[in-house]
Design a protein around this ligand. Structure first.
Ligand SMILES: [Zn+2]
Ligand SMILES: [Zn+2]
Length: 141
């Protein structure tokens, strides 16, 4: 995604593209896997943690990112590739490798629709599978 497309994406989510916001969005987009606050901080280097966290919270409120829980207990963030505001067709499974600690997007594996009992309203869903990624599984066998 080029800079103007990324700027448009921020704009579409009602986020004013300041330099820091742009940098955080760019880093998340280029990573191609969900990143934790610490991982983001390590990659970006020039922006302090509280600014990154504020930016992530804004992204979360404006539905620009998915928040992924599970794995090693760190919350991770990824850019939502959904094309609709109300319906998130990008909700997909994630895999946490217990050996190398990576959280991997299984982008074409969609979260199954679960019918909830009456009265429950879903806002988001997390579906995390844990085990060994192909690289780590190979090392063991
Ligand atoms: Zn692994
Ligand atoms: Zn993902």
């Amino acid at each position: 995604m080029n800079d103007s497309a990324l700027e448009l994406l921020l704009d579409n989510h009602d986020i004013k593209p300041t330099a820091n916001r742009f940098l955080v969005a760019r880093t998340l987009h280029d990573a191609e896997q969900p990143l934790s606050l610490l991982e983001l901080e390590a990659i970006i280097g020039t922006v302090d943690k509280s600014t990154i966290l504020r930016t992530l919270n804004l992204f979360r409120e404006n539905h620009l990112v998915h928040v992924i829980e599970g794995g090693d207990g760190c919350v991770r963030y990824e850019i939502c590739q959904s094309h609709h505001h109300d319906e998130d067709e990008d909700a997909h499974l994630h895999f946490f490798c217990e050996k190398c600690g990576q959280t991997i997007c299984l982008s074409d594996k969609h979260i199954p629709q679960i019918e909830l009992p009456d009265g429950y309203i879903t806002h988001s869903a997390n579906f995390m599978i844990k085990g060994l990624c192909p690289k780590c599984a190979k090392k063991i066998h």
